[in-house]
Design a protein around this ligand. Sequence first.
Ligand code: P6P
Length: 342
Amino acid sequence: MKTLVEFIWEQQEKYGNATGEFSRLMNDMGIAGKIVNRDVNRAGLAEILGYEGTVNVQGESQKKLDVIANNEFIKALRNGRQCAAIISEENEDVVIFDGNIGMNAKYIVALDPLDGSSNIEVNVPIGTIFAIYKRKETGKLVTLDEILNGGIDLVCGGYIIYGSSTMMVYTTGDGVNGFTYDPTCGIFILSHENMKISDLGNIYSINEANYLYFPEGVKHYIKYCQEDDPGTNRPYTTRYIGSLISDFHRNLLRGGIYIYPGTKKNPQGKLRLMYECIPVAFLAEQAGGKASDGFKRILDIPIKEIHQRTPLFIGSRIMVEKAEALMAEYSQDFYETFMKDK
Ligand code: P6P
């Protein structure tokens, strides 16, 4: 049995010059994850016990769980003193820490604190998604210019999934590892070492209700998945949970593709680049899969604003490549009109 903390320290020893700061930062993420896990698991008691998202016993309206989760991560990262700033879906502007932490901490965390939180009341698994960036220079407070103009490098992508069990899955560029939370002793334990996604699966995840608005290449890919061809294990099966991390995690373990495309109404799609797509793209590639916007590798898309959106095609390499081939064949017009200069 290996705990998250032991694993992090072991990884640190592999990089001789490591100072322990990243290890402490990852541990801080784990602490916040445990607290959010507790809050998510008792959300069903909200009505009864007046917890999050309802009116409490004193009659005070309480915050929604995703705001509470956001506050927990900000508090854990501030107290841990290894993070200089946070980019969060719940905060319009960068949360820039001041004083010595803000000046000299090496890391910036981009975060979706509780993705899919609308699923909480129907007991569907949800997740925290995070990317950790290392500052090229310290000795000054973080600025938006530093973030948007080459001042940071991606060093970690990960998520915490609050499901039938709670897991943390992350990569620092040396493979993907998953840790299952044991609530009886409050520790994350290494349960999925060196996770790999199969080159080809038979699960496709997309919200087909938007079919009429999809680019032609996406429509052709959906029809490809539905064709009757036993020799290529088609028709595939469709699974769409409405929670990115749940669909991604299942596809990571079983093989599959998740697509949230752009449409004529919303050409950049719905998902956020910095703290949803980049983390899962880093994980997908480290696990042997692929991630693009249908045309360009997600990890090559320049960050122009902290809440920018991008279409996402992610999962088993062969499945993503097939979808990209159909996008190239049938949706060049969509690319030229809406995506070329992104
Ligand atoms: P739709 C949740 O709101 C989310 O950001 C992802 O977790 C999920 O995959 C997607 O949006 C669902 O969006 O438009 O299909 O309901």
